[in-house]
Ligand binder design. Sequence first.
Ligand SMILES: [Zn+2]
Ligand SMILES: [Zn+2]
Length: 230
Amino acid sequence: MTNPHRIVEVSAITGFLTIEAFLAWRVCQAAQGLDWCSVGLGLLAGYIAADFMSGLIHWGFDRYGTVNTPIVGQHYVKPFREHHVDEKAMTLHDFVETNGNNSVATSIVLLPALAVPLHTGATISLFAVPMLAGLALAVFGTNQFHKWSHVDQPPAIVAFLQRAHLILGVQHHQVHHTPPFDRYYCITTGWLNPVLDKLRFFARLEGVVLALTGVRAGEDDSRQTRHTQL
Ligand SMILES: [Zn+2]
Ligand SMILES: [Zn+2]
């Protein structure tokens, strides 16, 4: 019998790709001449924003909470921590397992974009809608890009995209997998990793969280033998 969760995942992926295709059609109908610059810039902005979001979410679940934290512990904290122990396990997941959960969130993010009026000359809309669509598409691709960075022999086109730095690179991502696992959290393209690392962005953010809440990053983790046993 088919797993009900898998039906939800397949439906979410189908729904998400349908919304993306519909938005692409609307943008193509409306964009003409100079508007294509707005579309291109919007897509690029969305792609960069997705890399930042991937880092922020990855950092949060790596550094805070435990597998026993209510709601997020089992579904989010656990997979991120387990991934440090066994980085190859995710390569065994098929396309639906890899992308199903993400599609639920990205479909919800995309829904407001359907309501934005699009017509020729609507420059702001022709930047904003592609940005949202690009962001959602890149967030959708993040798990897949991350998985490919751990595959021993990815398809040739994937290896090309990795070498061209258009998706997360293999060597680049290994910086994160070097103990103590506290650098290079971005896993869409990794473009922002060197910048955020130079700025000590996440270390500073942990200082802000500590000052505001009294919660120290990695504190709960150290109580349960961090990154070695779950
Ligand atoms: Zn991690
Ligand atoms: Zn990884």
